[in-house]
Design a protein around this ligand. Structure first.
Ligand code: NAD
Length: 486
């Protein structure tokens, strides 16, 4: 559990210090302690990284797919081997509980890299025969791809984006959020140890300014972005400079719909995990919990009966299951939402205790369940990205579908019921990129992950993601004469 004391960029398989005049403090969110100062990458370092990435990519796309696959597989093995080291950095980076970092962040990162290592050898084009020609399609990498990450799952985001990019023969430059600067560089070292040639995975540290430089860079052909809707829109606009290909993984305000035929304990477990895992800092969280009206008393009893299980505290302690929020600013934002919920008339039920000792100055907020919510309330309409659950009641299936869809977002949705016909009808009608049935927030690597409406487009995970890191060349080989009116 060594305290990090320096932040690096990772360029050409070497750890280097950012050379921009811009620097920013690196905090441990669970104590508020400043660990060190990070230097942003300079514009010259960005240009250098793009040039190196471009040269490396040209060789990488010609590397046999079995070789690409072997390197990625080795990286997945190394991630599993270094689980504790990665998880510790993830805790310093985010303030999330170490148990989660071990069980989810590291596991899902390794799974994605292993999965795409297997798919690397399956990439192929198509062949069609028509009367006058043979038609082929050829799969080609996009070139130099970049990832711009949010702060909630820094290691997983870096892996989920880089794995398909590299499997498809691209090079990848990653800019983590300025709020977590540590674990992505370790991923770079792991890729290098696995045998990934220099220049294929690089990390540049910096804030929105560096993000804007990446977005505007003519040497980059694709951006995969994870973050807020508003930032996504700015990136889309700026990417028009060279018509970059885009993947957008944006925010959400997802409905979790629970019918009265659900076991109350199952409903309570699902709603708690869907709202308070990672302190509520999960994009797909089911933050609008719709409970069928006559089921509310049983749901309330079951969920409140579990309130003693909520344990805030030092995230390095194994029994802690709610860590600190990411920053002082974010804590203020979340608490403003909580105050607004109270002033708009929702009834708050608060869980857990703010820790004392070293963590007293950390950015902790007690998880809150709001009852008596209305669709028009700010806490129900806007993404909070913190441990705040809004409980709403409904009477009929038709009503709840309409209310669930009444949002600009379309990331996830959850349905709990035993009625299979109802499940089928609702899957068709819910406007969401992912619908979970009788479970929530499970993200196996085989399942494409991503939103619709203003929650974004493009996918991570699943075979479909290969399409987002490749382009298809169509080839027409004539068997006949040339037609010409001239
Ligand atoms: P953010 O949009 O503030 O920042 C995300 C990244 O964009 C950071 O690296 C930041 O430095 C960079 N950035 C900021 N302005 C930029 C600009 N103009 N040009 C280029 N880059 C810029 O988001 P955040 O606060 O870090 O993350 C929280 C948000 O992320 C929430 O809305 C959450 O729902 C979303 N999120 C979505 C998913 C998903 O998969 N759909 C996953 C995790 C988080």
């Amino acid at each position: 559990m060594n305290k990090p004391t320096q932040v690096h960029c990772f360029i050409n398989n070497k750890k280097v210090i950012g050379k921009s005049a811009n620097s920013f403090p690196v905090y441990f969110p669970a104590t508020g302690e400043i660990l060190c100062t990070a230097n942003s990458a300079s514009v010259e370092q960005l240009d250098e990284a793009v040039e190196i990435a471009s040269q490396a990519q040209k060789k990488w796309e010609k590397t046999p797919s079995q070789e690409r696959s072997r390197i990625l597989k080795k990286a997945a093995e190394l991630i599993r081997y270094h689980t504790n080291k990665i998880a510790e950095l993830e805790v310093w980076d985010t303030g999330k509980p170490i148990s989660e970092a071990i069980e989810v962040d590291v596991v899902t990162a390794a799974d994605a890299i292993e999965y795409f290592s297997n798919l690397a050898v399956t990439l192929h084009g198509d062949y069609y025969s028509i009367q006058d020609a043979d038609i082929l399609t050829k799969i080609e990498p996009i070139g130099v791809c970049a990832g711009i990450g949010a702060w909630n799952y820094p290691f997983q985001i870096a892996a989920w984006k880089s794995a398909p990019a590299l499997a498809c023969g691209n090079s990848f430059i990653f800019k983590p959020s300025e709020l977590n600067t540590l674990s992505a560089v370790l991923l770079g070292e792991i890729y290098a140890e696995a045998g990934l040639p220099a220049g294929l995975f690089q990390v540049l540290q910096g804030d929105a300014e560096l993000g804007q430089m990446i977005t505007a860079h003519n040497g980059i052909q694709k951006i995969s972005f994870t973050g807020e809707v508003g930032t996504g829109k700015k990136i889309m606009a700026a990417s028009s400079v060279n018509l970059k290909t885009l993947t957008m993984e944006l925010g959400g305000k997802s409905p979790l719909i629970i019918f009265n035929d659900t076991n109350p304990e199952t409903a309570a477990k699902a709603a708690l995990a869907a709202n308070f895992y990672t302190q509520g800092e999960v994009c797909t969280n089911g933050t609008r919990v719709f409970i069928q009206e006559n089921f509310l008393p049983q749901f309330k009893k079951a969920i409140e009966g579990r309130s003693n299980n909520v344990r805030l505290g030092n995230p390095f302690e194994k029994e802690v299951n709610v860590g600190s929020l990411i920053s002082a600013n974010h804590k203020e934002l979340v608490e403003n939402f909580i105050n607004k919920g109270k002033s708009e008339g929702a009834k708050a039920f608060t869980m857990g205790q703010i820790p004392s000792g070293d963590c007293a100055k950390g950015y902790f907020t007690q998880p809150v369940i709001f009852y008596d919510c209305k669709d028009s309330m700010k806490i129900v309409k806007e993404e909070i990205f913190g441990p705040v659950m809004s409980v709403l009641t409904f009477k009929t299936e038709e009503e709840v579908i309409e209310r669930a869809n009444n949002t600009e977002f379309g990331l996830g949705a959850g349905i709990f019921t035993k009625d299979i016909s109802r499940i089928q009808r609702m899957i068709d009608q819910l406007e969401a990129g992912i619908v979970w049935v009788n479970n929530y927030n499970i993200t196996p690597v085989e399942m494409p992950f991503g939103g619709t409406k203003q929650s974004g487009f493009g996918k991570e995970n699943g075979i479909d993601t290969l399409n987002h890191y490749t382009k298809r060349k169509s080839i027409y080989i004539s068997k006949g004469d040339v037609f010409s009116p001239f």
